[in-house]
Design a protein around this ligand. Structure first.
Ligand code: MCA
Ligand code: AMP
Length: 483
């Protein structure tokens, strides 16, 4: 049997080729037949450009139906798809171009619309309908995830990793044939690309495919839909709209949240407003989805639910020894969803995946007697802003390189809309502010820019000389919320 993920999608699409696959807000779009044929044309265009099995294709493109077809084209032709955040600056992109050594880099202008170079080329091709024979362990995608060292690492996910996770989610979230998903997430990350699209492709039903999250538009489309997947910011923004109420929400059978902690208050406010409980799940680029609250059964605010079927999870000490129930420790997991390692980085792979297959997530949690997991912290120095991961070290490196800066510390502080946001504390006098701002503007994507730059004479340190980020987080806790 062909373990190529696209072969599995193809068999779902074949249940009804004329059903709508992706539609825009006006209801216009592509049937599964049209999506398949567009992907086959992109596959022909890739082949014409010399892209073969195992070649990397880096894409930094807007969210369009063509972009989805290009992704499927990579899958079916055995090429490795490497998505990049559209907000990345040239400096950031340069790193990925060197690291991934792609055969092809598809930039925004190549895929801006059907007349753009690559898209037009694909439309002029006859479809290449082959689905390359793949093994389950063959790499399908590399998704870059920032590192605590300040350098991004490419997580290699196989066809088998992606399929097992999609099938599990499809089953446990109880998809039904006519489910309609509102898709308002970006498609350069696991959440929008895999969790949302893969489950819908297995389901063979309609996705309302929106360029971005626009709260008014999403409320307007809700009566036509049965599913919404989002980051917590989606839900706080929905709750800020008085016209979002039980009647507006009533067709949706689960509202799903993930990528960042959903505050228990948001969970409760949502239930008070709509009578429904958000279904929170937890995942990671390296492993797709890991735990989920149940579809039927109690969804508990502030917890991320139980390990998915087939995923082993333990709360461990630093040596990988399981801790007693209720004691906080690092989440380690093992299962068919765990990635194949970091691209060209065996040292980091060996550091994070134990020899017996347990992957050390770096998230700190407790587990109760029922197996319900509650995330209580992170062992990694990470900020999650509106569902995007931001590594302080990367920002500190950019700031520290500015002449006149002695050192800096970047921390996450509460933010009403994004949950957490960035504040940079810089040792140096205010005269260097313009230089720091310029370095940030040219070196870092907008979503990583500090909401506030604070200049100080020195940083708080502990007896070992280590900067005390917890102290900084506390000192500047209210700077972005005005509290
Ligand atoms: C936009 N901006 C942000 C963010 N998004 N700043 C900090 N954090 C953000 N997340 C900035 C822009 O640069 C801009 O700045 C201003 O905010 C408004 O931008 P706009 O594009 O209008 O914002 P938006 O469209 O309202 O976007 C907010 C959003 C979006 C809807 C929360 O960020 C989003 O869709 N996030 C989802 C991310 C996601 O899919 N994560 C999943 C990763 P200025 O005005 O100054 O120019 S996968 C994952 O984490 C794992 C596997 C998992 O479990 O799912
Ligand atoms: P990424 O590197 O984008 O894959 O982000 C993965 C990280 O997001 C995880 O390691 C967690 O720290 C965080 N995360 C994802 N889902 C949740 C959730 N439901 N609650 C808390 N943190 C989450």
């Amino acid at each position: 049997m062909n373990a190529n993920l696209y072969a599995r999608f193809y068999s779902s699409f074949a249940a009804d080729w004329d059903a709508l696959a992706l539609v825009d807000a006006g209801g216009n779009g592509l049937t599964f037949r049209e999506l398949d044929q567009l992907s086959a044309r992109f596959a022909a265009a890739l082949r014409a450009r010399g892209v073969g099995v195992g070649d990397r294709v880096i894409v930094q493109i807007e969210k369009t139906m063509g972009a989805v077809a290009l992704y499927l084209a990579c899958l079916r032709s055995g090429a490795i798809f490497v998505p990049l955040n559209t907000a990345y600056t040239q400096t950031e992109v340069d790193y990925f171009l060197i690291d991934a050594e792609p055969r092809l880099f598809v930039a925004m202008a190549d895929m801006a619309g059907p007349k753009a170079p690559l898209w037009a080329e694909a439309l002029a091709m006859s479809p290449d309908n082959e689905i390359v024979a793949s093994e389950a362990d063959d790499i399908a995608v590399i998704v870059y995830t920032s590192g605590t060292t300040g350098r991004s690492k490419g997580a290699m996910l196989s066809h088998g990793n992606l399929l097992s996770n999609a099938e599990t989610l499809h089953r446990i979230w109880g998809f039904v044939p006519d489910d309609v998903l509102i898709h308002a997430l970006p498609i350069f990350h696991v959440h929008g690309l895999f969790v949302a699209l893969h489950t819908m492709f297995l389901n063979g039903s309609k996705t309302i495919f929106l360029p971005k999250f626009d709260v008014a538009q999403v409320i307007g489309l809700m009566p036509q839909a049965t599913l919404l997947m989002g980051v917590p910011t989606f839900y706080t923004r929905l709750l800020a709209e008085p016209r979002f109420d039980a009647a507006a929400a009533c067709t949706i059978r689960p509202f799903i949240s993930g990528s960042a902690p959903l505050h228990a208050e948001t969970h409760k406010a949502f239930e008070a407003r709509t009578g429904m409980r958000i279904l929170e799940r937890y995942g990671m680029t390296e492993a797709g989805m890991i735990t989920s609250n149940p579809l039927t059964g109690e969804r508990v605010a502030g917890t991320v639910g139980m390990p998915l079927p087939g995923v082993e999870l333990r709360i461990a000490d630093g040596d990988g020894k399981a801790l007693p129930i209720g004691e906080p420790g690092v989440i380690e997991i093992r299962g068919p969803n765990v990635f194949k390692g970091y691209w060209r980085n065996p040292e980091k792979t060996a550091e994070d995946i134990r020899a017996d297959g347990w992957f050390i997530t770096g998230d700190i949690a407790t587990e109760d007697a029922q197996g319900r997991v509650t995330i209580v912290g992170r062992a990694k120095d990470l900020i999650i802003s509106g569902g995007y991961n931001i590594y302080p070290k990367e920002i500190e490196d950019v700031i520290d390189a500015v002449p006149g800066v002695v050192e800096s510390a970047v921390v996450g502080v509460p933010h009403a809309d994004f949950g957490e946001a960035v504040v940079a504390i810089v040792v140096g006098d205010g005269a260097i502010q313009a230089g720091v701002e310029a370095a940030i503007a040219s070196g870092l994507a907008r979503f990583k820019h500090p909401g506030r730059l604070i200049f100080v004479e020195d940083l708080p340190r502990n007896a070992m000389g280590k900067v005390q980020k917890a102290v900084l987080r506390q000192s500047y806790d209210g700077v972005l919320t005005g509290k």
